[in-house]
Design a protein around this ligand. Structure first.
Ligand SMILES: NC(=O)c1ccc[n+]([C@@H]2O[C@H](COP(=O)([O-])OP(=O)(O)OC[C@H]3O[C@@H](n4cnc5c(N)ncnc54)[C@H](O)[C@@H]3O)[C@@H](O)[C@H]2O)c1
Ligand SMILES: N[C@@H](CCC=O)C(=O)O
Length: 534
């Protein structure tokens, strides 16, 4: 195993996000996109115990802006390979669990450094593989760096036993141990940050992991796994096992060697994984732990005393940023009846001014991820036409890519399907509320509880939102997307998941188990201890 000298870490700071107004920043990303295009179509094998292996077939990952462009062909694991990956991870766990936390953290620090130095290349990959406009791509890369830097420091903190209540005649310590072999199942939408963040949290705490990427974002995951191995990560610590969810994913989830599952994705899949993981397989020696971050039906409440320009700007960026494909996206604007018409009058031109196009040329809104998403979103638009008044959008934009016009539907009943079900596309339901009480009631009337925002000039109303708006991430007088690691730990209530607070100070505990160690001490040592000489 590579020996790595640990470092003393400076306090955590968020990585700044670029705005690409500087010509030099624009030129360097354009050059990186051109470089990435030259490497399209490569094959990406599985990685098991550091060994690159071909699977049973390959799954193409395509550019959603130009579906004929294959970003990469990713090998799919065969069942025996997924099983071999579990063996590999279990074998490596035997030594990795004893590797000092400082050494494990060092891999994350070094990965962050390398990503920072090659940031344009990662951004370019996000533009091409998942269709992110530039600022969204850069925010995704910045968040990946933040997760690595933050969890590295958190692992160092967790390695220091916390203070305990003194007990006479005994010396007590609480130490945190890893759990074992984890399966990491990320979504495609934060293709870099969430994939790297969950993987990093799993391994820095001393677990070994199997990363099963989303088929829509597997190339960027393959590059991350390669980077970790280039840095000398021991074989078997992070294994790369791509494949479909219902086959490879379920095999990994149900296997008795799996100790925990770190999942981020839709409500339906999260519940399925939770159910499968709860069933004890023959030979299984533990209760599997499930960390599940799921969907949202996030609302922005616009009170009658709101700054309407700020509210419209907040709603538009939250609803249509990355084509609404964020779990945090605003999919309901709940507007007080007294300002409803004025709000709509400002909303419609703002939505219609959004430039939709190929992310390679940096529009405001890019494509949705695939044909299945197009069909699902347009299906909801059809339902919405019957449930409200189409204000703008509602169509597929002709052309090669998976483009849908930013869509707003007004006069939607709070219980309508488009006001209750996650659409995960550029579709906003606008709901009229009788007053502020009614608006908060409507906002909470969903099975989800992820993000929410309130625009109001009233201190009392903002305080009421703090107390009554039941979401994991609440924002006041700002957009409801873009949580920052460290400052805004992220995760939701109810059907939005287990509120695991990614990027927060409790997160690594989810990947660990506490062990209390008590030693009886001799009388003279106890006296020294009481005198503070331990
Ligand atoms: N709460 C959060 O922090 C958060 C963050 C990002 C995305 N999301 C949610 O993720 C969803 C979008 O991502 P998606 O389309 O990739 O979600 P998804 O649920 O379709 O897939 C997520 C992952 O699960 C895998 N999978 C699918 N079926 C599986 C099965 N039966 N067993 C095991 N694994 C399986 C997929 O291959 C993928 O890797 C949205 O619902 C969004 O709200 C939530
Ligand atoms: N953490 C991101 C959302 C992740 C889900 O897609 C945000 O805060 O906007």
């Amino acid at each position: 195993m590579t020996t790595i000298a640990p470092r003393a870490a400076a306090p955590f700071r968020n990585e700044p996000i670029r705005d690409f107004s500087a010509p030099a920043d624009r030129a360097s990303l354009e050059a990186a996109i051109a470089r990435a295009r030259e490497r399209l179509g490569r094959r990406y094998p599985l990685v098991i115990y550091g060994e690159r292996l071909h699977g049973g077939r390959t799954i193409p990952s395509v550019n959603p802006a130009r579906p004929s462009e294959i970003v990469g062909d990713v090998d799919e694991a065969m069942p025996e390979q997924a099983s071999r990956a579990l063996d590999a991870a279990a074998e490596r766990f035997g030594t990795w669990k004893f590797t000092p936390a400082a050494e494990r953290a060092e891999f994350l620090f070094r990965a962050a450094e390398r990503i920072r130095a090659t940031r344009d290349d990662w951004n370019a990959l996000l533009v091409l593989e998942v269709g992110k406009p530039w600022i969204e791509a850069d925010a995704d890369t910045a968040e990946a760096i933040d997760f690595l830097e933050f969890y590295a420091r958190e692992a160092l903190r967790l390695a220091e036993p916390p203070p305990l209540t003194p007990i006479a005649g005994e010396r007590n310590r609480l130490v945190y141990l890893p759990l074992g072999v984890g399966v990491v199942i990320p979504p495609w939408n934060f293709a870099f940050a969430i994939m790297a963040g969950m993987s990093a949290a799993a391994i820095v705490t001393g677990n070994t992991a199997i990363l099963k990427p989303s088929p829509d974002a597997a190339v960027i995951a393959a590059h991350f796994v390669d980077l970790m191995h280039d840095l000398g990560l021991p074989p078997g610590v992070l294994n790369f096992v791509p494949g479909d969810g219902p086959t490879v994913g379920e095999q990994l989830v149900t296997d008795p060697r799996t100790r925990f599952i770190a999942f981020t994705g839709s409500k339906g899949v999260g519940l399925r994984i939770n159910e499968l993981a709860a069933k004890t397989a023959p030979g299984q020696r533990w209760i599997k732990r499930v960390i599940a971050e799921m969907g949202g039906k996030d609302a922005i409440v616009v009170a009658d005393d709101a700054d309407l320009d700020a509210a419209v700007a907040g709603v538009v960026v939250s609803a249509y940023g990355f084509a609404g494909q964020k779990c945090s996206a605003c999919s309901r604007a709940i507007v007080d009846a007294r300002v409803y018409d004025a709000f709509l009058a400002k909303l419609v031109p703002a939505v219609e001014s959004l430039r939709v196009g190929d992310p390679a040329s940096n529009p405001d809104v890019g494509p949705v991820i695939n044909q299945k998403a197009v069909d699902k979103i347009l299906g909801y638009v059809e339902i919405g036409r019957g449930e409200g008044r189409l204000l703008t959008g509602g169509t597929r934009i002709s052309g090669d890519g998976f483009y849908i016009a930013p869509t707003a539907i007004a006069d939607v009943d709070p219980r309508a399907r488009i006001a209750q079900e996650e659409i995960f596309g550029p579709v906003l339901a606008v709901i009229k509320a009788a007053d502020y009480d009614d608006a908060l009631r409507i906002a909470n009337d969903t099975e989800f509880g992820l993000t929410g925002a309130v625009f109001s000039r009233s201190e009392e109303r903002l305080r009421r939102a703090e107390a009554e708006f039941f979401v994991g991430n609440l924002y006041l007088n700002r957009k409801c997307t873009g949580a920052l690691v460290g400052g805004q730990p992220f995760g939701g209530f109810n059907m939005s998941g287990t509120d695991s607070k990614a990027g927060g100070y409790d997160y690594l505990l989810l990947f660990s188990q506490g062990k209390s160690i008590s030693r009886k001490i001799a009388a003279h040592a106890a006296d020294d201890l009481a005198a503070g000489m331990d």
